[in-house]
Design a protein. Structure first.
Lengths: 156, 156
DNA sequence: GAATTACGTCAATAGTGCTGACATATTCTG
DNA sequence: CAGAATATGTCAGCACTATTGACGTAATTC
């Protein structure tokens, strides 16, 4: 048992390249996330705040329920960070006009400013990674990322 | 202040596509990770266990210090999950031969079996995402992921 | 022999996710 | 109109994973 522990048992050769991709994806995302982490530290915010603010900025006026769907977390988890973002003036809640049960979410000016600051190093990283890519190659990469999501994998 | 909250303040137009990529990367990684999460639940393990086992399987015989470098966490964080993986028979520690201070890490047979099970849905997802990609396009994607890591961004 | 290295461990804390339970408006429906 | 459904908020407790700081031990190096 321990005698053969050193033997590597390769997966079928066709899987090898996917293991490489798994590893690459891990490193890419880890380094990508770390860019913003350094900035968040100073503000007493975490990654959850970042994600919430990012999507509120992407889709100003979205409902709490929509945001929950996008993030894939529970309302209790969202509540904690959302409350902090509201209390600190980065996010604004507005009662829905047609449906007054809804609380539509908007970034404030500070919120937009913050999310831009957080996005900058990440944008730079992507820009650098795409520096030598042709438009066609950029499309290939975008398409790959899209196909990696559940939304795209469903319509296979 | 609240009057212009609805106004979206776009970043410079050249940054728009990078925001799209940030969003895509979030969804891709989130769904990608979730594949294994469902399996881990049943075992009482978390993502940290997954990552540790993954890299021990990728590089059998690596030192604890190397693993810490790869994962980018502290030894105290690693200790907890590593101990569980050792206690449950998925990982084996072997004292280094040249340097007897080292504890070289190896996956056991069960460990290799488990990491294959965890990697399968992720491999399938990647395979599906690459289904219509030519070899050249595959290379483009691999190259992009590589360039997204700190290691590659440094040698710019 | 003393410093350094590789690793382990105890304790406290933070961030972020979860479930369950319950409350409050508001809207929809029979 | 009364009751069901919906959108949201909140309290309480727990799990997992990360952190820092401090200290210990064995092995190696100088």
């Amino acid at each position: 048992m321990s005698s053969n522990a050193i033997t590597t048992t390769p997966l079928s050769s066709s899987d090898i390249s996917e293991l490489d991709h798994i590893e690459l994806l891990f490193f890419a995302y880890r380094d990508f996330i770390a860019d913003a982490d350094r900035i968040l530290e100073h503000l007493g915010f975490g990654r959850a705040h970042h994600r919430v603010l990012f999507f509120i900025n992407r889709k100003p006026g979205l409902m709490v329920a929509e945001l929950l769907d996008i993030l894939g977390i529970t309302k209790q988890s969202l509540a904690r960070v959302l409350k902090q973002l509201i209390d600190t003036g980065y996010v604004l809640q507005v009662t829905g006009e047609q449906d007054r049960r809804q609380r539509l979410l908007f970034p404030t000016n500070s919120g937009r400013e913050l999310i831009m600051t957080l996005s900058l190093p990440q944008s730079r990283r992507i820009k650098t990674a795409l520096r030598n890519a042709s438009p066609a190659q950029s499309t290939t990469i975008t398409s790959f990322l899209q196909h990696m999501t559940n939304a795209s994998q469903l319509e296979k």
